[in-house]
Design a protein around this ligand. Structure first.
Ligand code: NOJ
Ligand code: CA
Length: 547
């Protein structure tokens, strides 16, 4: 069945945060040429595609998610020609490129927002954004009680007295998607990148975009991802149907093949996520089960079952980290993060790996306040530490200036990296880990190689009949869940995760304190840590078994 699946159904996608990946010209800022020069590393790692977070011109009020020109490259990161070269070189390595689409908001420096400011209240220009008069005497209060994701109100007042909506930073005004010029413009932007040969789009804040036209007060001002006046509006799904038609209009039989889009949808319940998985909307939507779960077997199993009940796995890729959340090593611990990597890559469907996860980078917790860049830090007066700790530039070499982030020429003296690297960074470098058979890097390389070779992994084969096993379907015995058979839970203690995939594969992880006897097997294909002398699986260790 694998042959009928589009490439993205079981792709391992490597998420690049371009500013922190590799710097080609010594200015301390990662750039597209730096990434291109490091493609052999990614090819050796064994990933299928790259997702680049925004590299567009931006004042960097939110790490580039404040876009001032959707159709260009920030001059600090390169040029469009450099982007084309990156796509072409990646193709030589068999890797596709996915770019980030930021439709909920732009930058306050975007020419259309600047034009809206200049044109004044009641103008056509203001209609492209969400401007309103304030409430209270003199209109001094925001139009409603919606909170910004980064702290404070979602509204900022402009000198003529009106307020504009921004669900994120004040430097990120929300578009008014009810003005037909906005969807038209984004169709052009989508085609612009697809025409350049990108294989897909990651859709930022895909649960946002449309807002309640009444802009009614929310039930409370606590930030949440439940359906509200600003999240999970049904109109958004209609929009995705139109985008799906654009994606599907590109030829599927020539490189890069069927185009995809993957929505960033944060959800409170599976019922909220479900409509995004209708067959004709975005091809894919992240599931964040392994990001939100504690390192607890029951919680993780519940998340896996619920996701598989909605999909076969491929529609809602797995992810354990990204540029918005604390690194897995720091969230769960080193041994759990290694075991989680094997879980991530053994589950059915597509998986995303955030740069540095393959090195086991920890969250950098002690970035000085003066160096912090995240608007959440600024807007909460430091109460929220923010996401800088998972965005620190990568270490490539054991030592030297910026651990090789800005080139490896020992004679050069590059500018310091845009976020400071900790003194111990060299121990996590690519150079150090390449030579260490017990390193994270070697674990990821081995897992990706095996995943490519093993017919049970990736999309794998849905087993017929007895599927479901001990856990059964999360749908509670009603109609068979879509993913049933993609994995089969085997009998195991509550603090273990043990499942089979066909043909001949078993995953086992021990999250409890007692050693777990390995299930029957022919061969241990890979282990995230040493097995006990009697062959049992120690705490926080996972194995891939051939049966
Ligand atoms: C989600 C992105 O991943 C995050 O980095 C950004 O701050 C917000 N969307 C706003 O664009
Ligand atoms: Ca640079």
């Amino acid at each position: 069945m694998a042959d009928n699946n589009p490439w993205w159904a079981d792709a391992v996608v490597y998420q690049v945060y371009p500013r922190s990946f590799a710097d080609s010209n010594g200015d301390g800022i990662g750039d597209l040429d730096g990434l291109t020069s490091r493609l052999p590393y990614l090819s050796e790692l064994g990933v299928d595609a790259l997702w680049l977070t925004p590299f567009y011109p931006s004042p960097l009020a939110d790490g580039g998610y404040d876009v001032s020109d959707y159709r260009d490259v920030d001059p600090r990161l390169g040029t469009l020609a450099g982007f084309d070269a990156l796509v072409a070189r990646a193709r030589e390595h068999g890797m596709r490129v996915i770019v980030d689409l930021v439709p909920n908001h732009c930058s306050s420096a975007h020419p259309l927002f600047q034009a809206a400011l200049a044109a004044g209240p009641g103008s056509q220009e203001r209609e492209m954004f969400i401007f309103r008069p304030g409430r209270g005497p003199g209109g001094d209060l925001p139009p409603n009680n919606w909170p910004s994701n980064f702290g404070g109100s979602a509204w900022t007042r402009v000198p003529d007295g009106q307020w504009y909506l921004h669900l994120f930073d004040a430097g990120q005004p929300d578009w008014n998607w009810r003005d037909p010029r906005v969807p038209r413009m984004f169709e052009d932007i989508i085609r612009f990148w697809l025409d350049r040969g990108v294989a897909g789009l990651r859709v930022d804040v895909a649960h946002g975009i449309f807002k309640d036209p009444e802009l009614a007060d929310a039930a409370d001002t606590v930030r949440s991802v439940r359906p509200s006046g600003y999240y999970h509006r049904p109109e958004t799904l209609e929009l995705y149907r139109s985008w799906r038609a654009i994606l599907d209009s590109y030829p599927a039989d020539v490189w890069p093949g069927p185009r995809t889009a993957i929505g960033e949808v944060w959800y409170d319940t599976y019922a909220t996520l479900q409509p995004y998985l209708a067959p004709d909307v975005l091809p894919q939507v992240f599931n964040f089960e392994l990001v939100t779960a504690q390192w607890d077997a029951l919680a993780i199993r519940k998340g896996i079952d619920a996701t598989l009940a909605l999909t076969t796995g491929s529609r809602a890729p797995w992810v354990i980290g990204n540029h918005d959340v604390v690194r897995p090593v720091t969230r769960w611990g080193v041994a759990p993060a290694r075991a989680a990597a094997l879980l991530l890559l053994a589950l059915p469907g597509s998986a995303y790996v955030y740069q540095g996860e393959e090195l086991g980078l920890p969250e950098v917790l002690d970035i000085p306040d003066s160096a912090r860049q995240d608007p959440a830090f600024r807007r909460t007066g430091g109460k929220v530490r923010g996401r800088d700790g998972c965005r620190v530039p990568l270490p490539w070499e054991r030592g030297g200036a910026s651990f090789g982030f800005s080139g490896t020429d020992p004679a050069s003296s590059p500018a310091p990296p845009w976020l400071p690297q900790p003194a111990y960074w060299g121990a996590y470098s690519v150079a150090a880990e390449r030579g260490d058979p017990l390193s994270f890097l070697r674990l990821y390389q081995a897992a990706l190689r095996l995943r490519g070779e093993n017919p049970a992994l990736g999309v794998g084969e849905l087993s017929g009949g007895a599927a479901g096993g001990a856990a059964g379907g999360a749908a509670g015995g009603a109609a068979a869940p879509a993913g049933e058979g993609a994995i089969r839970w085997l009998d195991a203690p509550d603090d273990a995760l043990v499942f089979a995939r066909d043909p001949g594969f078993v995953f086992a992880a021990n999250l409890g304190s007692r050693p777990l006897p390995l299930p029957p097997h022919r061969e241990v294909l890979l282990a995230s840590g040493a097995l006990a002398p009697d062959g049992a699986l120690p705490r926080d260790t996972a194995v891939w078994l051939a049966t």
